[in-house]
Design a protein around this ligand. Sequence first.
Ligand code: 4NP
Length: 173
Amino acid sequence: MATTAVKLSVLFVCLGNICRSPTAHGVFATLVDQAGYGDLIQVDSAGTGDWHLDHAPDQRTAQVAASKGYDLSELRARLVTSADFNQFDYIIAMDNANLKDLRAMQPEGYAGHLGLFLDFSEQSAVREVPDPYYGGEDGFELVFGLVEDASKGLLRHIHASHLQGTSYPAPGS
Ligand code: 4NP
């Protein structure tokens, strides 16, 4: 069967771009590679706030990710801008405040998907990935679990929506 030429891009957005969205960036990019979609899907992350520009992920975030086998050390924080809507097919917010900020900068006629990350989770009852920054270690573990679950769901969604009938196998198969 012919290989599809479809290229997709996914941008994860939180407030600071040092805790939740870098976790999503690192986990989802790794799952993309493991599924064999690395040549098809571009992954990035950004924040709506500018306090941590060019900073590496928060140490607590990086430590939890590393303990699960994900390396976030290359990632650096940047601001989301309206230009991102020209580039990304999926713009995925961690919580409703991020989503509100993104809707305010969304250009008219954006044809991609703008929504909440946990809408792709098949397990979680909560709809927002909680901000762990001012909380304890448990919060970072909770974020990681929510992100990993929703990343798997997003990958399944992308296969079902864009790669069905191509030579790209369903993730995990
Ligand atoms: P994130 O967490 O949005 O998941 O990266 C935060 C990081 C920093 C701040 C808030 C949230 N801050 O206020 O500096």
